[in-house]
Design a protein around this ligand. Structure first.
Ligand code: SAM
Length: 285
């Protein structure tokens, strides 16, 4: 299903949760000199203009990044994330919002590599255009593939440096995505058990979404962390995103402690009604 365009949703509460966690993980991994790979199975367009016709349609960023933009008391995990958005908006006004590929590009070094998959013909074209402006060195750091990220990922594991963050971030408009994520994760762990895997999922009124976190927890005996952020009550008509979750396998040690502070803060700033809440669960070995 290729009707989904992430530009409609760029910078919304789900992007805030996902991208603040990605920033934390990449900053942690980049503390060691040893090379790392960033693998993104569903990359999107890379950068979004918030005043484009797409982004202003529902103005989802107004109840996401825009609410954090003016805060002066951000907890460390969110301050690190907002600093990245500021780097993309040096003039000071919030105009551009980065997707996961741009964040990964910013937070990785010359020894690191990015492997990005995007199936939508328009999105991959925009992603390529964005990266052609970033890649000024003779030796490109990012390889962009127009194709299915689920199958593409398997061909890259294990990554040569044996250190990587894998982001699985489909839109789930096709309900098969839930099972495909579970299968891909299971197969990927057989090839590369020590990688850090981050899986985003939507909180929507669909059975597949509601049982997904429990299914993810059963995939492996490894350490995991599960964070979810609900910003409003599920709608009466049964449609719409009322929150989202991130499931991280082999998470960095400081992520849970940071989220303990960041998640209640996000409930306070991004919550749209009294049902706004968060969940933070972890399993450590
Ligand atoms: N990861 C991006 C970010 O955080 O900025 C957002 C990705 S968006 C939620 C999902 C993207 O996956 C869309 O751009 C869609 O076109 C793309 N897509 C859908 N099915 C795909 C597939 N099987 N393989 C690769 N990309 C796919």
């Amino acid at each position: 299903m290729l009707s989904y365009r992430h530009a409609f949703h760029a910078g919304n509460h789900a992007d805030v949760l996902k991208h603040s966690i990605i920033v934390h993980i990449l900053r942690h991994l980049a503390q060691k000199d040893k090379a790392l790979w960033y693998l993104d199975t569903h990359a999107g367009a890379g950068v979004y203009e918030l005043f484009s016709a797409y982004a202003t349609k529902n103005a989802e960023y107004e109840t996401g990044i825009a609410r954090l933009w003016t805060q002066r008391d951000l907890p460390p995990l969110l301050a690190e994330y907002v600093a990245q958005i500021r780097a993309l908006n040096p003039a000071g006004d919030l105009r551009f919002y980065p997707g996961s590929p741009w964040l990964a590009w910013q937070l990785t070094r010359s020894q690191d590599r990015l492997r990005l998959f995007e199936l939508h013909p328009t999105e991959i074209k925009v992603l390529r255009d964005n990266f052609s402006q970033l890649e000024t060195d003779q030796k490109p750091r990012a390889l962009l593939s127009a194709g299915d990220g689920f199958t593409g990922l398997k061909t890259l594991l294990p990554p040569p440096p044996r250190r990587a963050l894998v982001l699985l971030d489909p839109s789930y408009e096709d309900k098969q995505d839930y099972q495909r994520v579970l299968d891909t994760l299971q197969q990927s762990l057989r090839r590369f058990a020590t990688g850090t895997y981050a899986i985003w999922y939507p909180q929507v009124q669909r059975l597949e979404s509601q049982r997904f976190a429990e299914q993810l927890k059963k995939i492996s005996e490894k350490s995991w962390l599960h964070a979810s952020l609900q910003t409003c009550q599920p709608s009466l008509d049964g449609y719409g995103l009322y929150g989202s979750g991130m499931f991280i396998l082999n998470p960095p040690y400081a992520l849970a402690e940071n989220l303990k502070v960041a998640l209640p803060y996000l409930v306070r700033i991004l919550g749209q009604d009294a049902t706004a809440t968060f969940k933070l669960e972890q399993h450590t070995i």
